[in-house]
Design a binder for this molecule. Structure first.
Ligand SMILES: Nc1ncnc2c1ncn2[C@@H]1O[C@H](COP(=O)(O)OP(=O)(O)OP(=O)(O)O)[C@@H](O)[C@H]1O
Ligand SMILES: [Mg+2]
Length: 525
């Protein structure tokens, strides 16, 4: 139930562990309720905070002693009234502190802090520890140096440590709780899917999309003209195709023409064709889209961009089924179903005299309003899986999976109206993941990470990498403050040095060190 790998990387905990290590000289590790250790303490090159711990794990049976202590700790802390329990480890006077992890009211494991002694420990007692280690196979030198590193904690220090370890354990519980709630939400959503999550190639199982499908089923069989309205990238063209391929005309052609892509004259000739000699360059008769789509469906995209003159011609063909190719004298007749789309507010355009009211009523016999993605957030996971499937197949990869964090961030991102943006992000992630089977959150584009986590900010330290120790973290913070400061002060170094309370020369040195000079401005943005 607990994702231990994710827990290990938990930012807040890393920070706490670092501080605890520095102040109290203890190592921290986690175990599940069975005593399996989920920290890196057994890694070959693990850097221990406390040398004693290292010596112990390298001596014969050192790990067994630890395992015994872990069992004792788990048993005790599980039944303890409080959050924490401390006890003498296998080595007399050397203490171990355990803090329980409880998720959903169930005991799941513990956070351990080890090793330390109290400030009451006498020289004789420390000698006792050395002797015990030697009797267990450590060399005299190792045992003494190990014990030299044991920190003697005063009562108030110990109290503080106990509180902090409690915090680490509670953070694990809270995070796990949250993740499992989200997972069950996703699970519920997926469970409701059934067959109804798609119509033709249109994906979405939200209520809003269900009613779109319902409408489409009803109108596909009719011959009515349809107007599809929706923001950019909401799937207008997909809907137009779905209407065609579910209609009796499905075996005839589906043609799409983007009305905004041509000027008036060209659009005229594209839509209605021209006869030989109609204008310079018209060296032979050319069929227009209306004629080419005869018997099928013509999709007029971006109809809001058509000029008033063209609107008149269009109205005529819609009303009478006849049209006049450019330069022709005789009208031609066609049987075409028109589906139009726009992202423009046609009604407002009518008020302003930019769109003909009669044409509006003629094309808007049936109106399909496509909801923006932000109005149907429950479709995000389904769409993500759909695009993932498609892209993996296209690239010849076996199906990849979403890391929990990636999924969460994508779901939490406030996608605007655009499904295309979501699709692009998924496709980008598949490419970036390469041969990796899991799509990890570090691959997400910064638009998403920044929007969900907030960009690195002074004050909240989010986004500052604390892996490399305090020095690296401080340098990162310093570089960040200077970078932001330079932008704020318009690269006026005297002003910024005053603001930051350092000398101008000092600032210049740091600007050099971090490569934040004005010359690199573009790269720093
Ligand atoms: N409901 C959906 N299910 C699956 N894919 C979708 C859906 N909606 C949009 N898409 C995808 O998003 C992209 C944009 O869709 P489409 O071109 O139909 O939108 P549009 O509204 O015509 O966009 P534009 O306003 O930019 O012309 C397409 O690549 C399509 O695959
Ligand atoms: Mg479109």
């Amino acid at each position: 139930m607990i994702d231990w790998t994710a827990i290990k990387d938990l930012h807040a905990n890393k920070k706490l562990e670092e501080v605890i290590g520095k102040w109290f000289g203890v190592d921290i590790f986690y175990t599940d309720k069975h005593g399996n250790v989920h920290s890196n303490i057994f890694d070959k090159d693990h850097e221990f905070v406390n040398h004693f711990f290292k010596v112990q794990l390298h001596m014969p049976h050192g790990k067994d002693f630890l395992a015994e202590d872990i069992q004792t700790g788990l048993e005790k802390v599980k039944n303890a009234d409080g959050q924490c329990f401390y006890f003498d480890s296998y080595f007399p006077h050397v203490r171990m502190l355990a803090s329980k992890i409880v998720v959903d009211g169930e005991f799941q494991g513990a956070v351990f802090a080890y090793p330390y002694v109290t400030d009451q420990a006498t020289t004789a007692e420390v000698q006792e520890i050395v002797d015990k280690m030697v009797s267990c196979g450590a060399t005299e030198v190792d045992a003494s140096s190990a014990c030299d590193h044991l920190k003697k904690l005063a009562v108030h220090e110990f109290e503080y440590l106990r509180e902090l370890i409690g915090l680490v354990a509670q953070e694990i519980s809270t995070v796990t709780d949250e993740v499992s709630k989200r997972e069950s939400r996703i699970h519920d959503l997926n469970a409701q899917l059934g067959n109804k999550y798609r119509y033709h190639n249109i994906i979405g199982k939200s209520k809003a999309m269900q009613s779109v499908y319902h409408l489409l089923t009803k109108v596909s069989n009719s011959e009515a003209t349809i107007l599809i309205q929706g923001e950019n990238g909401t799937g207008k063209e997909m809907v137009a195709k779905a209407i065609h391929y579910n209609s009796p005309r499905k075996d005839a052609v589906f043609l799409a023409v983007n009305c905004s892509a041509f000027n008036d004259n060209l659009l005229d000739s594209e839509l209605f064709g021209h006869v030989k000699g109609a204008f310079t360059g018209a060296i032979k008769d050319k069929k227009g889209f209306f004629e080419a789509a005869n018997g099928g469906t013509l999709f007029l995209d971006e109809i809001g961009d058509m000029t008033l003159a063209m609107q008149v011609k269009l109205l005529r063909v819609l009303q009478e089924g006849t049209f006049l190719p450019v330069g022709a004298t005789q009208a031609r007749k066609v049987n075409v179903r028109v589906v139009a789309a726009t992202n423009k507010p046609l009604k407002e355009m009518i008020q302003k005299g930019e769109f003909r009211e009669d044409l509006y009523y003629r094309i808007n016999v049936i109106n399909v309003a496509l909801p923006a993605l932000r109005e149907r957030r429950e479709d995000i996971p389904v769409l993500m899986d759909h695009f993932l499937d498609k892209k993996c197949a296209e690239m010849g990869y076996t199906l990849k999976t979403w890391a929990k964090k990636t999924l969460e961030k994508m779901i939490d991102f406030k996608w605007p109206g655009n499904v295309r943006q979501l699709q692009n992000e998924v496709e980008r992630l598949v490419v970036l993941a390469g041969d990796d089977k899991t799509i990890t959150p570090d691959l997400l584009s910064s638009v998403i990470t920044d929007a969900v986590d907030g960009p690195a900010k002074v004050g909240n330290l989010k986004g500052i990498n604390t892996n490399g120790g305090l020095k690296a973290a401080l340098e990162e913070l310093e570089a960040y403050m200077i970078k932001e400061g330079l932008k704020r002060c318009n690269y006026n170094k005297s002003r910024l040095s005053k603001e930051l309370g350092i000398s101008r020369a000092g600032l210049i040195m740091k600007v050099d060190k971090y490569g934040l000079d004005k010359r690199n401005k573009a790269a720093n943005e």
